[in-house]
Design a protein around this ligand. Structure first.
Ligand SMILES: [Zn+2]
Length: 265
Protein backbone atom coordinates (compact mmCIF):
# COMPACT_ATOMS: atom_id res chain seq x y z
CA UNK A 1 0.00 0.00 0.00
CA UNK A 2 1.03 3.56 -0.71
CA UNK A 3 2.61 4.88 2.51
CA UNK A 4 1.12 8.30 1.95
CA UNK A 5 -2.34 6.92 2.64
CA UNK A 6 -1.49 5.34 5.97
CA UNK A 7 -2.22 8.35 8.16
CA UNK A 8 -5.17 9.61 6.18
CA UNK A 9 -8.58 9.47 7.85
CA UNK A 10 -11.10 7.58 5.75
CA UNK A 11 -14.88 8.01 6.06
CA UNK A 12 -17.31 6.04 3.92
CA UNK A 13 -20.00 8.58 3.03
CA UNK A 14 -22.24 6.14 1.14
CA UNK A 15 -22.94 2.81 2.78
CA UNK A 16 -26.15 0.75 2.87
CA UNK A 17 -27.21 -1.87 5.35
CA UNK A 18 -28.88 -4.84 3.67
CA UNK A 19 -31.38 -7.06 5.41
CA UNK A 20 -28.83 -9.92 5.41
CA UNK A 21 -28.05 -11.07 8.96
CA UNK A 22 -24.55 -10.07 10.18
CA UNK A 23 -24.21 -7.26 7.65
CA UNK A 24 -23.37 -4.74 10.38
CA UNK A 25 -20.75 -6.94 12.01
CA UNK A 26 -19.17 -7.72 8.66
CA UNK A 27 -19.10 -4.01 7.87
CA UNK A 28 -17.48 -3.15 11.21
CA UNK A 29 -14.90 -5.89 10.76
CA UNK A 30 -13.94 -4.48 7.37
CA UNK A 31 -13.91 -0.90 8.66
CA UNK A 32 -11.53 -1.93 11.44
CA UNK A 33 -9.29 -3.90 9.10
CA UNK A 34 -9.13 -1.10 6.52
CA UNK A 35 -8.93 1.83 8.97
CA UNK A 36 -12.22 3.36 7.94
CA UNK A 37 -13.12 5.49 10.96
CA UNK A 38 -16.81 6.07 10.20
CA UNK A 39 -19.51 5.19 7.71
CA UNK A 40 -22.66 7.09 6.80
CA UNK A 41 -25.23 4.31 6.70
CA UNK A 42 -28.70 4.16 5.26
CA UNK A 43 -31.44 1.60 4.82
CA UNK A 44 -33.54 1.87 1.69
CA UNK A 45 -36.29 -0.49 2.85
CA UNK A 46 -37.65 -3.68 1.33
CA UNK A 47 -37.70 -2.35 -2.26
CA UNK A 48 -33.91 -2.61 -2.15
CA UNK A 49 -33.63 -5.63 0.20
CA UNK A 50 -32.40 -3.19 2.79
CA UNK A 51 -33.22 -2.33 6.42
CA UNK A 52 -35.53 0.49 7.55
CA UNK A 53 -34.72 3.95 8.86
CA UNK A 54 -35.71 2.73 12.34
CA UNK A 55 -33.16 -0.09 12.19
CA UNK A 56 -30.48 2.36 11.02
CA UNK A 57 -31.11 4.48 14.10
CA UNK A 58 -30.67 1.42 16.36
CA UNK A 59 -27.37 0.55 14.65
CA UNK A 60 -26.10 4.13 15.03
CA UNK A 61 -26.99 4.03 18.75
CA UNK A 62 -25.50 0.57 19.34
CA UNK A 63 -22.14 1.25 17.72
CA UNK A 64 -21.39 4.87 18.63
CA UNK A 65 -19.41 6.67 17.27
CA UNK A 66 -18.70 4.56 14.18
CA UNK A 67 -21.83 5.30 12.17
CA UNK A 68 -23.61 8.40 10.97
CA UNK A 69 -27.30 7.91 10.31
CA UNK A 70 -28.43 8.76 6.79
CA UNK A 71 -32.20 9.00 6.57
CA UNK A 72 -33.78 7.46 3.47
CA UNK A 73 -36.35 9.72 1.83
CA UNK A 74 -38.61 9.12 -1.12
CA UNK A 75 -39.68 12.52 -2.48
CA UNK A 76 -43.44 12.43 -2.91
CA UNK A 77 -43.82 10.13 0.10
CA UNK A 78 -41.60 11.69 2.79
CA UNK A 79 -42.67 15.07 4.22
CA UNK A 80 -40.77 17.86 5.95
CA UNK A 81 -41.96 16.79 9.40
CA UNK A 82 -40.40 13.36 8.81
CA UNK A 83 -37.10 15.11 8.09
CA UNK A 84 -37.38 17.30 11.18
CA UNK A 85 -38.16 14.20 13.31
CA UNK A 86 -35.26 12.32 11.72
CA UNK A 87 -32.88 15.12 12.69
CA UNK A 88 -34.18 15.17 16.25
CA UNK A 89 -33.75 11.40 16.47
CA UNK A 90 -30.10 11.74 15.47
CA UNK A 91 -29.94 11.38 11.69
CA UNK A 92 -27.45 13.81 10.12
CA UNK A 93 -27.75 13.21 6.40
CA UNK A 94 -30.42 12.32 3.82
CA UNK A 95 -30.45 9.83 0.98
CA UNK A 96 -32.98 10.54 -1.77
CA UNK A 97 -33.98 7.96 -4.36
CA UNK A 98 -36.99 6.88 -6.49
CA UNK A 99 -38.89 10.18 -6.34
CA UNK A 100 -42.56 10.08 -7.37
CA UNK A 101 -41.83 12.96 -9.77
CA UNK A 102 -38.56 14.51 -11.04
CA UNK A 103 -36.24 15.68 -8.23
CA UNK A 104 -36.63 19.22 -9.58
CA UNK A 105 -40.42 19.26 -9.04
CA UNK A 106 -41.46 22.39 -7.12
CA UNK A 107 -43.62 20.35 -4.73
CA UNK A 108 -40.42 18.84 -3.28
CA UNK A 109 -38.83 22.19 -2.44
CA UNK A 110 -39.98 22.15 1.21
CA UNK A 111 -37.92 18.94 1.65
CA UNK A 112 -34.77 20.59 0.33
CA UNK A 113 -35.51 23.67 2.43
CA UNK A 114 -35.79 21.56 5.58
CA UNK A 115 -32.50 19.83 4.81
CA UNK A 116 -30.74 23.16 4.28
CA UNK A 117 -32.18 24.62 7.49
CA UNK A 118 -31.09 21.57 9.51
CA UNK A 119 -27.65 21.42 7.87
CA UNK A 120 -28.24 17.89 6.53
CA UNK A 121 -26.35 17.12 3.31
CA UNK A 122 -28.31 15.14 0.72
CA UNK A 123 -26.94 12.15 -1.13
CA UNK A 124 -29.04 11.97 -4.30
CA UNK A 125 -29.15 8.73 -6.21
CA UNK A 126 -28.47 9.63 -9.84
CA UNK A 127 -28.66 7.31 -12.83
CA UNK A 128 -30.55 4.12 -13.60
CA UNK A 129 -32.01 2.24 -10.70
CA UNK A 130 -32.97 -1.39 -10.14
CA UNK A 131 -35.47 -2.38 -7.48
CA UNK A 132 -36.03 -5.83 -5.99
CA UNK A 133 -38.27 -8.36 -7.77
CA UNK A 134 -40.86 -8.29 -5.02
CA UNK A 135 -41.22 -4.50 -4.90
CA UNK A 136 -44.54 -2.86 -5.80
CA UNK A 137 -44.96 -2.15 -9.49
CA UNK A 138 -44.51 1.59 -9.14
CA UNK A 139 -43.42 3.30 -12.30
CA UNK A 140 -39.84 4.38 -11.75
CA UNK A 141 -38.35 6.65 -14.37
CA UNK A 142 -34.60 7.07 -13.95
CA UNK A 143 -34.76 10.29 -15.95
CA UNK A 144 -36.39 11.76 -12.82
CA UNK A 145 -32.98 11.10 -11.21
CA UNK A 146 -30.87 12.67 -13.97
CA UNK A 147 -28.04 14.77 -12.44
CA UNK A 148 -29.36 17.93 -14.10
CA UNK A 149 -32.61 17.51 -12.15
CA UNK A 150 -30.44 18.74 -9.27
CA UNK A 151 -29.46 22.01 -10.95
CA UNK A 152 -32.46 24.09 -9.75
CA UNK A 153 -32.13 22.59 -6.26
CA UNK A 154 -28.44 23.56 -6.07
CA UNK A 155 -29.33 27.05 -7.29
CA UNK A 156 -32.26 27.59 -4.94
CA UNK A 157 -30.54 26.18 -1.82
CA UNK A 158 -26.97 27.50 -1.94
CA UNK A 159 -26.21 26.38 1.63
CA UNK A 160 -27.38 22.82 1.01
CA UNK A 161 -24.55 20.35 0.40
CA UNK A 162 -25.37 17.87 -2.35
CA UNK A 163 -23.63 14.65 -3.39
CA UNK A 164 -24.51 13.06 -6.74
CA UNK A 165 -24.19 9.32 -6.19
CA UNK A 166 -22.48 7.01 -8.68
CA UNK A 167 -21.06 9.99 -10.58
CA UNK A 168 -24.45 10.49 -12.24
CA UNK A 169 -24.83 6.86 -13.30
CA UNK A 170 -24.07 6.82 -17.03
CA UNK A 171 -24.63 10.60 -17.13
CA UNK A 172 -21.04 11.17 -15.98
CA UNK A 173 -20.42 14.32 -17.97
CA UNK A 174 -23.56 16.01 -16.66
CA UNK A 175 -22.73 15.13 -13.06
CA UNK A 176 -19.16 16.37 -13.47
CA UNK A 177 -20.19 19.65 -15.09
CA UNK A 178 -22.78 20.38 -12.41
CA UNK A 179 -20.11 19.84 -9.75
CA UNK A 180 -17.80 22.15 -11.70
CA UNK A 181 -20.37 24.94 -11.97
CA UNK A 182 -22.00 24.80 -8.51
CA UNK A 183 -20.07 25.29 -5.28
CA UNK A 184 -22.45 23.05 -3.29
CA UNK A 185 -22.43 19.99 -5.56
CA UNK A 186 -20.08 17.03 -5.13
CA UNK A 187 -19.91 13.58 -6.72
CA UNK A 188 -19.14 10.13 -5.40
CA UNK A 189 -17.60 7.38 -7.51
CA UNK A 190 -19.40 4.53 -5.79
CA UNK A 191 -20.39 1.21 -7.26
CA UNK A 192 -19.21 -2.34 -7.84
CA UNK A 193 -15.63 -2.55 -8.95
CA UNK A 194 -16.63 -4.54 -12.03
CA UNK A 195 -19.37 -2.09 -13.00
CA UNK A 196 -19.12 1.38 -14.52
CA UNK A 197 -15.99 2.23 -12.51
CA UNK A 198 -13.85 -0.22 -14.46
CA UNK A 199 -15.00 1.35 -17.74
CA UNK A 200 -14.15 4.85 -16.52
CA UNK A 201 -10.82 3.78 -15.07
CA UNK A 202 -9.97 2.56 -18.56
CA UNK A 203 -11.23 5.77 -20.17
CA UNK A 204 -9.69 7.93 -17.45
CA UNK A 205 -11.78 9.77 -14.86
CA UNK A 206 -9.82 12.92 -15.70
CA UNK A 207 -11.64 13.02 -19.04
CA UNK A 208 -14.71 14.10 -17.04
CA UNK A 209 -13.04 15.69 -14.02
CA UNK A 210 -10.77 17.74 -16.27
CA UNK A 211 -10.48 21.19 -14.68
CA UNK A 212 -7.97 22.35 -12.08
CA UNK A 213 -8.67 20.76 -8.70
CA UNK A 214 -11.66 18.88 -10.14
CA UNK A 215 -11.04 15.92 -7.82
CA UNK A 216 -11.64 18.22 -4.84
CA UNK A 217 -15.33 17.74 -5.70
CA UNK A 218 -15.18 13.99 -5.05
CA UNK A 219 -16.43 12.38 -1.83
CA UNK A 220 -15.32 8.84 -0.97
CA UNK A 221 -18.01 6.20 -0.52
CA UNK A 222 -18.51 2.52 -1.31
CA UNK A 223 -22.19 1.52 -1.64
CA UNK A 224 -21.04 -2.12 -1.92
CA UNK A 225 -21.36 -5.20 0.30
CA UNK A 226 -18.66 -5.35 3.02
CA UNK A 227 -16.77 -8.10 1.18
CA UNK A 228 -16.11 -5.70 -1.73
CA UNK A 229 -15.03 -2.65 0.29
CA UNK A 230 -11.37 -3.67 0.32
CA UNK A 231 -11.30 -3.85 -3.48
CA UNK A 232 -13.14 -0.54 -3.97
CA UNK A 233 -10.86 1.30 -1.54
CA UNK A 234 -7.76 -0.21 -3.16
CA UNK A 235 -8.90 0.87 -6.62
CA UNK A 236 -9.66 4.40 -5.42
CA UNK A 237 -6.25 4.78 -3.77
CA UNK A 238 -4.47 3.42 -6.83
CA UNK A 239 -6.41 5.74 -9.14
CA UNK A 240 -5.56 8.84 -7.12
CA UNK A 241 -1.89 7.82 -6.85
CA UNK A 242 -1.74 7.29 -10.60
CA UNK A 243 -3.31 10.71 -11.15
CA UNK A 244 -0.71 12.24 -8.80
CA UNK A 245 -3.34 14.03 -6.75
CA UNK A 246 -1.82 16.22 -4.03
CA UNK A 247 -2.21 15.38 -0.35
CA UNK A 248 -4.80 18.06 0.28
CA UNK A 249 -7.07 16.78 -2.50
CA UNK A 250 -6.81 13.18 -1.28
CA UNK A 251 -7.60 14.32 2.24
CA UNK A 252 -10.69 16.14 0.95
CA UNK A 253 -11.87 13.06 -0.96
CA UNK A 254 -11.37 10.53 1.82
CA UNK A 255 -12.73 12.56 4.74
CA UNK A 256 -12.35 16.34 4.53
CA UNK A 257 -15.36 17.07 2.33
CA UNK A 258 -17.81 14.92 4.26
CA UNK A 259 -16.46 16.18 7.61
CA UNK A 260 -17.07 19.72 6.45
CA UNK A 261 -20.64 18.92 5.41
CA UNK A 262 -21.41 17.14 8.68
CA UNK A 263 -19.42 19.61 10.80
CA UNK A 264 -17.34 16.78 12.24
CA UNK A 265 -14.06 17.69 13.98
ZN1 LIG B 1 -26.16 3.53 -2.86
Amino acid sequence: MDNKFILMDVIDSHSHISSTPDHVLELLTEMNRLDISKACISGLGSMFNSVSNKEILEIVENFKPRFIGTYFIRPGVTNTLDIQDAYEQGFRMLKAIIPKKPYSDQSFYPLWGAAQRLGMPILFHTGLVTVSESSPKDIILSLDMHPLQIEPIANSFPDLNIILAHFGGHWNRDAAELARMRHNVYVDLTGDSEGWRSKLDEEGFEKYLWWKNAFQNVVFGTHVHPDQINQVLKEDKERYSKLNLDEQTKEMIFSGNIKGMLKLP
